[in-house]
Write a protein that binds this ligand. Structure first.
Ligand code: SF4
Length: 208
């Protein structure tokens, strides 16, 4: 997978302008089945930008990022790490929900490399307009998009990378990973590890 898309520049002068443009995006086919574009949200002056993979079922319907079960896990972990979500900007690598219909349910389907590459154009716009001090890649899709394919979550979590042309990127898991763990003890351990990862944000900001 390519890193965040180079080349064509966005023309929007503000986040709200960029958001309005993204509402009508047809750069790839994912807009066809999704309910709406789920753009990032949060403070324009955020020092921290959190980047997930793509909106889920709940986010697609609500039109807001990280409002479903994974968002609840993220919110709790941020609180435990001493970070206010309101002080962050929260977004996704891909702005439309990709899914496979199963009866009445819509099952998450991983965006492919081409979709991620094309949609990262919007993410780059968000980062260039916000200019955060640190970006947090929540999971492999965001980490690979922002840092490159060599990143592995298991070996690189809690590491801070310095990709060319981007703010420093802290790598951690996607909170949905914790939701998929059946074993309660393991889920608790992973939750604590996730909080430790997020606490790196505060440590980083305290010295930069
Ligand atoms: S997924 Fe991204 S690039 Fe594709 S249509 Fe939606 S906003 Fe545009």
């Amino acid at each position: 997978m390519d890193k965040i898309l180079e080349g064509e520049r966005f023309t929007a002068n503000s986040l709200s302008e960029l958001r309005s443009e993204a509402e009508h995006c047809k750069r790839c086919d994912l807009y066809k089945n999704a309910t709406q574009t789920v753009f990032g949200e949060g403070s324009r002056d955020a020092e921290t930008v959190l980047v997930g993979e793509q909106p889920g079922d709940k986010e697609d319907l609500a039109g807001h990022p990280f409002v479903g079960p994974a968002g609840i896990v993220l919110d709790k972990a941020l609180v435990e790490a001493g970070i206010e979500r309101d002080s962050c900007y929260v977004t996704n690598t891909v702005k439309h929900f990709k899914f496979e219909p199963r009866g009445k349910r819509r099952l998450h389907s991983k965006p492919n490399a081409g979709e991620i590459r094309i949609c990262s154009w919007w993410l780059r716009g968000e980062l260039e307009l916000i200019k955060p001090k640190i970006v947090v890649a929540l999971g492999a899709t965001a980490a690979n998009c922002l840092v490159g394919n060599a990143v592995r979550i298991t070996k690189d979590r809690r590491r801070i990378f310095h990709p060319d042309g981007l703010p420093p990127v802290l790598v951690t898991i996607h909170p949905s990973y914790i939701l998929r763990i059946r074993d309660r003890d393991k889920a608790d351990i992973e939750t604590r590890e996730f909080v430790r990862d997020l606490a790196e944000i505060r440590r980083f900001l305290s010295i930069h």
